[in-house]
Design a binder for this molecule. Structure first.
Ligand code: SF4
Length: 307
């Protein structure tokens, strides 16, 4: 592994590449990356980088977002099959049909969506800023929220707005059950329970905090708890341990693993850098329209981030 990492480091420097890794990536890839974070944090890093090449360790919609934000840069995703089943649960055609049924509606899409769907949307958000975005929208307009019904439902509950939801979901989060949380609480009665908004409502209701992965990291960094029950993809636990090694982290479910996130390996990273393989690009007409929906996510969220 040491050899492999040295080769990657050498090529990273020769190609003036930045390596971005999502919090759900395998531990060795998080350790290798220049930046780790949630979708919002990584999108902001991509938009600010002066590197010539962005090597994205995550899933396709994340690399597409980087390509839209940085049209002058080469973006590589080391495994082109690393997709997001939730993003694929709605197509641009389906969204167009939904818009036709609600012609007055503002369309908000979760960043976990294809570039085509972003191009059909008015605003794009992440789990870290969906509530801020919906609060900022005019009260006299209906709002369509796609594709994640769980994040949409959570956002509706927190804002008091009625959202028109799409029945998408993340398989890696809906496997976490109410019983998982009850069992974990029984075993660790003093633990703080934090879950991701992609979890189902009964699970969210049992949690102390409903947070994006970036918000979980901030909570743990500042927190005094000794034990945290973590209701999201288990890869986050590596990042949590790095930020606060003295606490204990218990996965709410060992089944909360995203197989697509785990497709990225050190071998594939090296191969992508050597061959400049697995390039992600977005057609210009789609990218221009999708960029408009991403603008609030990048600029607006930096204004509201401190709240
Ligand atoms: S964890 Fe869920 S939402 Fe995230 S990439 Fe995997 S399938 Fe998609």
């Amino acid at each position: 592994m040491k050899d492999l990492i040295e080769k990657i480091q050498r090529l990273r420097s020769e190609r003036n590449a930045v390596i971005l890794a999502h919090n759900y990536q395998p531990a060795e890839i998080q350790d290798l990356a220049d930046f780790t974070g949630d979708s919002l944090g990584l999108s902001i890093q991509a938009s600010k980088t002066d590197a010539d090449l962005i090597l994205f360790c995550g899933v396709r919609f994340m690399a597409e977002t980087a390509a839209i934000l940085c049209p002058d840069k080469v973006v590589l995703l080391p495994d082109l099959d690393a997709g997001c089943p939730m993003a694929d649960m709605i197509t641009a055609d389906q969204l167009q049909q939904l818009k036709a049924q609600h012609p007055e509606a503002i369309v908000v899409c979760y960043v976990n969506s294809t570039a085509d769907v972003k191009a059909e949307s008015d605003y794009c958000c992440t789990s870290a800023n969906a509530i801020d975005l919906v609060r900022s929208l005019p009260l006299d307009r209906p709002i369509i929220f796609v594709p994640d019904q769980n994040l949409g439902q959570h956002t509706a509950q927190q804002t008091g707005r009625q959202l028109i939801l799409w029945p998408g979901y993340c398989r890696s989060h809906v496997v976490i059950t109410e019983q998982d949380i009850k069992d974990a609480r029984a075993r660790y009665p003093d633990a703080v329970v934090m879950v991701h908004p992609e979890c189902t409502q009964p699970v969210r209701q049992l949690a102390d905090h409903v947070l994006s992965t970036g918000q979980m990291l901030r909570l743990v960094k500042d927190g005094a708890a000794k034990t945290y029950i973590v209701g999201t993809e288990t890869g986050i636990i590596h990042a949590l341990k790095k930020i606060n090694p003295s606490a204990h982290y218990i996965p709410a479910s060992q089944r909360a693993v995203c197989p697509n996130m785990k497709r990225i390996t050190l071998d594939k990273i090296l191969w992508a850098l050597e061959d400049m393989a697995c390039r992600i690009s977005v057609p210009v007409d789609i990218a221009v329209r999708a960029r408009r929906s991403l603008d609030w996510m990048i600029k607006g969220s930096q204004v509201t981030k401190g709240r």
